[in-house]
Design a protein around this ligand. Structure first.
Ligand code: FEO
Length: 405
């Protein structure tokens, strides 16, 4: 897609990944993604970020459309050094020969160790550093671990722009550039998916960043993330509020049951537990780990205050897809969850202890007395599952009440 002028003198020069389904090797991106890069034409024409190396043709073409000869660019800002945003940086530096390259202190280290940059004209930007580009000023704020140590954001007060790197993004390849031009329900779903799978572990940094935006009284009427649609007008408040809500992680009245099964015993237990949860007025969703990508399970968990893990015992352990999903879930540090475990067994029956131990690593509360059924459940076993579901629902309601104070 060709370059787009977003505001007078401010241009999108990124690339669209229409067919990408896999995001960085760990998350789904069913709708593709975009790699956003920007050029600001001023006395010092400035390029902000680049794109993934696979898209360098589209990127350099868009850049030329806006600036003509690439040597007309004076400055480069590298807000983030992950290869989907700095994949063309080395070639850009060679072709542009910039007067200055602005990076965060941690960004300098990434430049040295990822791109082996030497003798580049770096300007190291701690939070609070600013630089004039003519009629505009760039103000830099470090946002370490949002989502890598090197991340920073660039604020342009004269245009009320916040070029916000990994924050507020979504994986969605579209011909439109603005969030108010696309279907809102899917947009919010993809915003949540991106937060759940990429930003969630850094929720405390998000809250600090949101507070800094408020304290500095940054007047923002355009938020420009590195992936997906750009937020403007009322969309700015919408997405800032959503990020605060996601980062707080308040417990919600819904339960997620995820499981794997061999001969359907654990699967049937999941259904009976779900009925018990529902009988207490709590919504419930069941997901088989082989039918749903782990990133879809994490997105669902954003709406759930309780999480139940089910697996039969297998070789004195749990089934491998459950171990993989639990590893992924723990790493994303979900907050304010009630956990529960269940599973069938034939001989040794370690499954529920292993699942409970996993859940204990990221849930505030793990239910005692998880349900363990030998071989194939019968009526009384299903009653036990149902009652267990009710007790999980009651614990969740207590947690929600305690959270609200
Ligand atoms: Fe899209 Fe942290 O990179």
């Amino acid at each position: 897609m060709q370059a787009v002028e977003l505001k007078k003198g401010v241009h999108w020069v990124g690339a669209i990944d229409w067919n990408g389904k896999d995001f960085h090797g760990y998350s789904q991106a069913q709708y593709g993604t975009t790699y956003n890069a920007f050029v600001i034409k001023d006395e010092k024409t400035t390029l902000i970020d680049t794109v993934k190396a696979d898209y360098k043709g589209e990127f350099f073409c868009n850049l030329s459309q806006v600036v003509g000869d690439l040597e007309n660019i004076d400055y480069i800002v590298a807000n983030h050094l992950e290869p989907d945003h700095a994949g063309c940086l080395v070639e850009a530096v060679e072709r542009i020969k910039p007067e200055k390259i602005f990076v965060s202190p941690m960004g300098k280290r990434s430049l040295e160790t990822i791109y082996h940059a030497k003798d580049w004209p770096l300007e190291i930007c701690k939070s609070g550093t600013s630089a004039s580009i003519g009629s505009r000023t760039m103000q830099f704020v470090e946002t370490r671990m949002l989502h890598w140590p090197d991340n920073m954001v660039t604020y342009i007060p004269e245009d009320k722009l916040l070029i916000c790197s990994d924050a507020f993004g979504q994986n969605w390849a579209t011909s439109e550039r603005f969030a108010d031009e696309v279907e809102p329900v899917l947009l919010e779903r993809l915003l949540k998916e991106y937060f759940a799978n990429i930003v969630q572990p850094y929720s405390p940094v998000v809250l600090k960043t949101l507070d800094a935006i408020e304290e500095l009284k940054l007047d923002v009427d355009m938020l420009m993330p590195d992936h997906g649609l750009i937020w403007r007008g009322e969309g700015v408040k919408f997405v800032l509020d959503k990020y605060r809500e996601y980062s707080m992680g308040a417990p919600k009245p819904k339960a997620l049951i995820f499981y794997d099964t061999m001969w359907h015993s654990t699967e049937n237990m999941a259904s009976a537990i779900a009925s018990g949860i529902k009988s207490e007025g709590i919504e419930v969703r069941i997901m088989h780990v082989k039918k749903h990508h782990h990133s879809a399970i994490m997105t669902e968990l954003m709406d759930c205050g309780a999480v139940l893990a089910g697996s039969p015992t297998h070789n004195n352990g749990i089934l491998p897809y459950m171990a993989s999903t639990l590893t992924y879930m723990k790493g994303l540090r979900p907050q304010n969850k009630v956990g529960g475990a269940f599973g069938s067994f034939g001989w040794s029956g370690e499954c529920v202890k292993i699942l409970s131990d996993w859940l204990g690593q990221f849930c505030d509360v793990v239910m005692e007395n998880p349900v363990k059924i030998k071989n194939v459940p019968e009526h009384t076993d299903y009653e036990e599952c149902y009652t267990y579901g009710q007790s999980v629902a009651k614990a969740l309601k207590e947690k929600i009440a305690a959270y609200k104070g």
